[in-house]
Design a protein around this ligand. Structure first.
Ligand code: ADP
Ligand code: ADP
Length: 228
C-alpha cells in the first residue's frame, strides 16, 4: 500500500522581492516497506522535502497524503498528532535531551501519546534491545559514544511503531565503522518491514538502500530502484 503520496508539491519562500523555489512540482510516492535515499547538492530541497514529509512544514501548493490522510486539511494539533504517531525522526545531531538517561529519552514520544508508565518502560526497553543498547538504559547521552547515541535516537524513532522512519544525514557525524553499524541497524529494520527514507550526500550510504531519488533545483532529477 502507498504510505506517502505527493502530487505537484511546491514550497516557495518569499525573501523580500525574490521568490525562492525550494521545491518546484514534486511528484513522489513511497510504498509500505520501501527503503529509499534522497540525494542532491546543497540547496536542492532535501531538507524542505523531509520537513514536508514529516509534517513539520506544509507545502505552498500541491497535495500530500500520509497513510491515506490528506495533510493539507489538518490543523496544527492534528499535524502534531500525526507527527508523533506516524513519523519516527532521526537527525544528524541526534537531538536527545542531555539531562535524561537513554530510557527516559526513548520513552518521550510515549508520554506525548498518553501511554501509562509501566507500558512506556516495557516498550522503551524493548526498543533499546532492538538496537542492542538495553545494557546502557540508565546512562545519559554524554556517557555514550556517537554511535551509541544514534542507536538511542533510532530506538526513540521506533517507539511509536511509526508508519515511516525519516532520517536526515543519520551517519553525518559518525566515522566509517560506526556508520556501517548504523546502516546495519537500518537494514535490519527494513527487513523487519519498516519503511525508511534517509537523506544523505554519501553514495556509499545511498547504495545501502533500494531506491535513490536525486533532487536538483527543487525537482526530481532521477529516481532509480534497485533489487539488491
Ligand atoms: P538542502 O537540504 O538540499 O540543502 P533546503 O531544502 O535546505 O536544501 O533548501 C532549498 C532551497 O530553499 C535553498 O535555496 C534554501 O536556501 C531555501 N530555503 C530553505 N529553507 C528556507 C527558509 N526557511 N527560508 C528561505 N529560504 C529557504
Ligand atoms: P542541510 O544541511 O540539512 O541541507 P541546511 O543547512 O540547508 O540543512 O538548512 C538547515 C535548516 O535551515 C533547514 O531547516 C532549512 O529549512 C533552513 N534554511 C535553509 N536555508 C535557509 C534560508 N536561506 N533561510 C532560512 N532558513 C533556511
Amino acid at each position: 500500500s502507498t504510505i506517502i503520496r505527493m502530487e505537484d508539491i511546491s514550497r516557495h519562500y518569499e525573501m523580500g522581492e525574490e521568490l525562492v523555489r525550494a521545491l518546484d512540482g514534486i511528484d513522489l510516492c513511497f510504498e509500505k516497506g520501501e527503503y529509499s535515499a534522497i540525494m542532491g547538492p546543497s540547496g536542492s530541497g532535501k531538507s524542505t522535502l523531509m520537513n514536508i514529509m514529516g509534517c513539520l512544514d506544509t507545502p505552498s501548493r500541491g497535495r500530500y497524503e500520509l497513510n491515506g490522510q490528506n495533510v493539507e486539511e489538518m490543523d496544527d494539533d492534528e499535524l502534531a498528532r500525526v507527527r508523533n504517531r506516524e513519523i519516527g525522526f532521526v537527525f544528524q545531531t541526534f537531538n536527545l535531551l542531555p539531562r535524561m538517561n537513554c530510557l527516559q529519552n526513548v520513552e518521550l514520544p510515549l508520554i506525548y501519546a498518553g501511554i501509562d508508565t509501566r507500558h512506556r518502560k516495557e516498550r522503551a526497553i524493548a526498543a533499546l534491545e532492538r538496537v542492542g543498547l538495553a545494557d546502557r538504559m540508565h546512562h545519559k547521552p554524554t556517557e555514550l559514544s556517537g554511535g551509541q547515541i544514534q542507536r538511542v535516537a533510532i530506538a526513540r524513532a521506533l517507539i511509536n511503531t511509526p508508519s515511516i522512519i525519516l532520517a536526515d544525514e543519520p551517519t553525518g557525524n559518525l566515522d566509517t565503522a560506526t556508520s556501517n553499524d548504523i546502516m546495519q541497524i537500518f537494514e535490519e529494520l527494513w527487513k523487519a518491514g519498516n519503511t525508511i527514507i534517509l537523506i544523505t550526500h554519501e553514495e556509499d550510504i545511498a547504495q545501502c538502500t533500494r531506491r535513490t531519488i536525486r533532487l536538483r533545483d527543487g525537482r526530481v532529477e532521477s529516481d532509480i530502484k534497485r533489487s539488491t
